[in-house]
Design a protein around this ligand. Sequence first.
Ligand code: ATP
Ligand code: MG
Length: 298
Amino acid sequence: MSKATSESTTTAERTTTGETDERVDPEWSNYEFEGTPKMAVEDLDVYYGDDHALDGISMEIPERSVTALIGPSGCGKSTFLRSLNRMNDRIRSARVEGSIRLDGEEVYADGVDLVELRKRVGMVFQNPNPFPKSIRDNVSYGPRKHGDLETGLLARALGRDDGDELDELVERSLRRAAIWEEVNDRLDDNALGLSGGQQQRLCIARCLATDPEVILMDEPASALDPIATAKIEDLIAELAEQYTVVIVTHNMQQAARISEQTAVFLTGGELVEYDDTEKIFEDPESQRVEDYVTGKFG
Ligand SMILES: Nc1ncnc2c1ncn2[C@@H]1O[C@H](COP(=O)(O)OP(=O)(O)OP(=O)(O)O)[C@@H](O)[C@H]1O
Ligand SMILES: [Mg+2]
């Protein structure tokens, strides 16, 4: 008998009856890619009180590319996303162990400026959450808050006033978020008067206005109709030319359409498999991953 046969039981008990009867092989999530990792996660554990939400996650996120996170409800996708820009710090019961680096620098080091971190690693949420303010004020909110628009020294040196600078920023951000054509004649209208899909693109524009490097998206299209979803998907593809995008989605087709690599989290907060999206959907190593992507559970 070949050696391979005698060793085959070391990786997986090939059962399809449930989600739990499989030994996870660390090799399955050891994804090797060309290019630079933008973020590197090592041995990440997250607890909520005694609840172990993420269990020993290690993965590197490639620069200027779309990475999808998929897995059944409760497996820790949002928790993972929030770890990347320390949004979990805001949850009292949350405790984070391990290492996350952004361009090689530890995100969890003492003294990290969280405002600066969240500017570099921006976030877009599941439900569009524009402020009850004008479209213009929504987009300029971040840069104003960070003080980027207030000094105006450069603008004055160039003979422009702050208003020009602000208008440029608003237009540039709305254009990048593919919503400028739809709103340029009503920038002073309340953002809550926009459709859901428009509101979500406005929120993306608001995120882009602070010039992030990484954009985290937690199911950004799940509250939208198919046409609005298609617009967001096109937009994400464009953003990946310039930004590092990490997106959680429940929609397998969406993950397959828009991402270059996919990480599959399963019950217990484990990262089970991480690889090229095509490999994950067409020929995954893990039986549970195959069952999940083909809709047998979750
Ligand atoms: N703020 C919180 N306080 C306590 N426990 C939490 C909190 N947020 C998440 N959890 C728990 O951590 C685990 C992972 O939750 P998380 O929201 O990250 O899952 P998810 O994969 O994003 O699920 P979904 O697909 O439903 O959004 C769950 O057991 C959840 O109950
Ligand atoms: Mg979630």
